[in-house]
Design a binder for this molecule. Structure first.
Ligand code: FAD
Ligand code: DHB
Length: 389
């Protein structure tokens, strides 16, 4: 088989790129290791930056998002017995949209299928060949049969554990990593959200986040030791711990119910440079990971797609390779700013087991400064709604 762009990974990055390219008449094939239902069963991000929202519109898949997403003009931050609000609309003249990654992915799958887009599920043993030549190709197996796709370009959208990054020789790659000494235990429950805005809470018992998907679907997270497993947390224990970490009046109005999903995510900062090697490009979690504090993971994947999509359109329309040549540099410049923000917000809000008395005082001073300085809140607001592409 031959295509213009072979995309490895049918998560949000791969699907969004495929759909955007299709709208410009550029042909692609998406190879996904799992089934559609499996991909849609993964509960992940919930907050979309304005740039992501624009890309979904440009991809022609915004109808349900625009109708059902919730515009958030600010967020609440709680520490000790205090709560303050960072006003995105006032300080950054922008807002974010609460619309789950599951819904984004579903809309993209539906659009690809409606347009007859080629997505191959259940692929195994994907390998990339000739990425540093003019004739790259990808081999894989599906239902026991070996297949080969020749392409102009190969795009690795296959997440942190995918094969694409590993296909770049170790001598070319530079990797930067920080692993945090805790995880997030998250639950989804069919209960009304405790507040109409998100609440990020730093308590002496650890971080907590109150988020949502819609009027009857809530998402809550608490910081937990990495040694915990979701099975060791009953729903009752989760709700009790959450209530202890959020402001008293919020805890008093929290409506609890059975969890419909419960999982633990480790926290990691990771960047692999460069994001291009010959005719292979990396996008999203394949190249970088952020801790979830600040909701930048999915949004940073989308900014990579923005740069690569425009570079590919430039190439196929005008024969101009400048955008492709500068892709890695441009994407990484924005990636590192998202890394900085996620790292800063993680430091601000978690209890670090190794933190000494001085570190605790610094964290407290940072929270008080943020609470009282409009300039500090503007910096946070600008980053939270998403830096310009
Ligand atoms: P992925 O969503 O990982 O998609 C990659 C796809 O490639 C997957 O479908 C995978 O099955 C497929 N694949 C992998 N290997 C291969 C292969 N060899 N061949 C073919 N296909 C392959 N971000 C937030 O902003 N907020 C959150 O709350 C949040 N929670 C998260 C929780 C977890 C457990 C994880 C892992 C991530 C979370 N993130 C969160 C991050 C966010 O979900 C990711 O940044 C986002 O999914 C990145 O999209 P992606 O398409 O680049 O990668
Ligand atoms: C959600 C996740 C985040 O990491 C975050 O910062 C905000 C919201 C969520 O899953 O709703």
């Amino acid at each position: 088989m031959r295509t213009q762009v072979c995309i490895i990974g049918g998560g949000p990055s791969g699907l969004l790129l495929s759909q955007l390219l299709h709208r410009k008449g550029i042909d692609s094939v998406v190879l996904e290791r799992k089934t559609r239902d499996y991909v849609l069963g993964r509960i992940r991000a919930g907050v979309l930056e304005r740039g992501f929202v624009e890309l979904m519109r440009e991809a022609g898949v915004s109808q349900r998002m625009d109708a059902e997403g919730y515009v958030h003009d600010g967020t609440l931050i709680a520490y000790d017995d205090r709560t303050f609000r960072v006003d995105f609309a006032k300080l950054a003249q922008a807002s974010v949209l609460v619309y789950g990654q599951t819904e984004v992915t579903r809309d993209l799958y539906d659009a690809r299928e409606a347009a007859g887009g080629k997505i191959v599920f259940n692929v195994e043993g994907v390998s990339i060949h000739g990425a540093d030549s003019d004739a790259p190709y990808v081999e894989y197996t599906v239902a026991g049969t070996g297949e080969r796709i020749e392409a102009d370009y190969v795009v690795g959208c296959d997440g942190f554990h995918g094969v694409s990054r590993q296909s770049i020789p170790a001598s070319v790659r530079r990797e930067y990593e920080k692993v945090y000494p805790f995880g997030w235990l998250g639950i989804l429950s069919e209960t009304p959200p405790v507040d109409h805005e998100l609440i990020y809470a730093n308590s002496s018992r650890g971080f907590a986040l109150c988020s949502m998907r819609n009027a009857n679907l809530s998402r809550y997270y608490i910081q937990c030791p990495l040694s915990d497993s979701p099975e060791s947390w009953s729903d009752a224990a989760f709700w009790d711990e959450l209530k202890r970490r959020i402001p008293e009046e919020t805890a008093a109005k929290l409506i609890t119910g059975p969890s419909i999903e419960k999982s633990i995510a480790p926290l990691r900062s990771f960047v692999s440079e460069p994001m291009r090697w010959g005719r292979l490009f990396l996008c999203g979690d394949a190249a970088h990971i952020v801790p979830p504090t600040g909701a930048k993971g999915l949004n940073t994947a989308a900014s990579d797609i923005h740069y690569l999509y425009h570079a590919m359109v430039q190439f196929y329309r005008d024969g101009e390779v400048e955008g492709l040549d500068r892709y890695s540099e441009k994407a990484l410049a924005r990636v590192w700013k998202a890394e900085r923000f996620s790292w800063w917000m993680s430091n601000l809000l978690h209890q670090y087991p190794e933190a000494g008395a001085f570190d605790q005082k610094m964290q407290r001073a940072e929270l008080e400064f943020l609470e009282t300085s409009e300039a500090a809140q503007r910096v946070m607001a600008e980053n939270y709604v998403g830096l310009p592409y």
